[in-house]
Design a binder for this molecule. Structure first.
Ligand code: FAD
Length: 321
């Protein structure tokens, strides 16, 4: 069963599934840390596990003559490999992410062929962020400028059309495709309406469901779903939840993800700013309340972002699932 079938199945049964997203290990680390993170989360019977995809970064160093040297570094390669290893070890559908940034259509095709050979039939199709040394996102000269192009490529491959053209009598891949959505509007979009039009383009290109950027105000999510439906977007919309865990998150999360921190949550965190455990508890309780309300509203899946720390996700899952 692929992820789209799982989501539709949950919707049909009126149930809410648990899912979460992981980062591939840092280069040089083995799989042990990833498995140690997944093990306790298996108790909550995840419907599927997502694995993020990371483009190259830039590292600066000083030459002996004092001038600066820049190196391209890949800190977290191996998305496809670790996804296959997770799927094999736990028997849970895994969803590797795939991005446009830094990749040509051929690179993307190779990654998709590897996924297909490894029994990975789900992909979250993303544009990816700009590279560290770019002022704005620059597509690969032979790649895609927007995620909609990547979705079109995957849909074409499912029909047997490859980058060089059609292969007669070919094996057809059967990828189910998710895409990203932004309840509080993507930072580069000129308006919420334009962002929604671009989201619809991804669905019209063949995407099966949407996973949202993290948010802390459920009203934003419910309004986003309403606006999507009005714009003719009918696919399932999966909310993304990340529990706030530190005082620093009050500034870091809005800066990084463009999300608003509701005044009530901000005030409560500020009032306990010198008590790390209290801040963590406040963030976890907020995420539990968000999750309960979303579950009651009938979302088919709650997609959690542990970002390297499973403990608070375990606490939430114990209460909500
Ligand atoms: P797009 O859908 O291409 O949209 C990007 C911007 O371009 C938006 O402002 C949109 O309105 C605009 N746009 C789209 N189409 C057009 C058009 N035709 N003309 C003009 N403007 C257009 N990043 C990673 O690097 N790796 C990951 O694994 C990863 N996982 C993620 C998972 C989720 C659930 C989410 C929500 C985000 C994730 N990201 C990841 C971050 C994501 O790559 C960034 O938010 C990125 O800036 C946008 O990606 P996108 O797929 O939404 O892009």
């Amino acid at each position: 069963m692929n992820v789209t079938d799982i989501i539709h199945g949950a919707q049909a049964q009126g149930k809410t599934c648990f899912a979460f997203e992981l980062l591939p290990p840092l280069k040089g680390d083995g799989m042990k840390g990833t498995f140690a993170m997944i093990d306790p989360l298996m108790e909550f019977d995840p419907a599927y596990i997502n694995v993020t995809f990371h483009r190259e970064g830039i590292k600066q160093s000083q030459r002996t003559d004092g001038t600066t040297e820049w190196h391209v570094v890949r800190r977290r390669p191996g998305t496809v490999g670790i996804s296959a290893a997770i799927q094999k070890k736990y028997g849970v559908e895994t969803v590797p992410h795939l991005i446009c940034g830094g990749l040509s259509r051929y690179d993307i095709e190779d990654a998709l062929i590897d996924m297909d050979f490894l029994g990975l039939h789900n992909v979250l199709a993303l544009r990816g962020d700009k590279s560290q040394n770019e002022r704005c996102f620059k597509p690969h000269p032979k790649g895609h400028a927007h995620a909609a192009g990547l979705v079109r490529q995957i849909a074409a491959m499912n029909r047997g059309e490859f980058v060089d053209g059609e292969v007669e009598e070919c094996h057809h891949s059967r990828f189910s495709v998710g895409v990203a959505g932004y309840p509080e509007t993507h930072e580069e979009a000129p308006s919420p309406e334009a962002d929604l039009r671009h989201l619809k383009e991804k669905i019209d290109a063949g995407a099966d469901y949407i996973v949202t950027q993290l948010f802390y105000d459920n009203a934003c999510f419910f309004d986003f779903v309403r606006r999507c439906r009005e714009a003719g977007i009918g696919v399932p919309i999966i909310p993304g939840i990340k529990p706030l865990a530190t005082v620093r998150h009050l500034t870091l999360l809005p800066e990084t993800f463009g999300c608003r921190i509701p005044d009530d949550l901000r005030r409560e965190v500020e009032a306990h700013r010198d008590d790390k455990a209290a801040v963590r508890r406040i963030g976890t309780e907020w995420a539990i309340a968000q999750s309960r309300e979303l579950k009651a509203a009938g979302v088919p899946v709650l997609h959690y972002y542990p970002m390297g720390k499973a403990e608070n996700i375990i606490e939430i899952a114990k209460t909500v699932f």
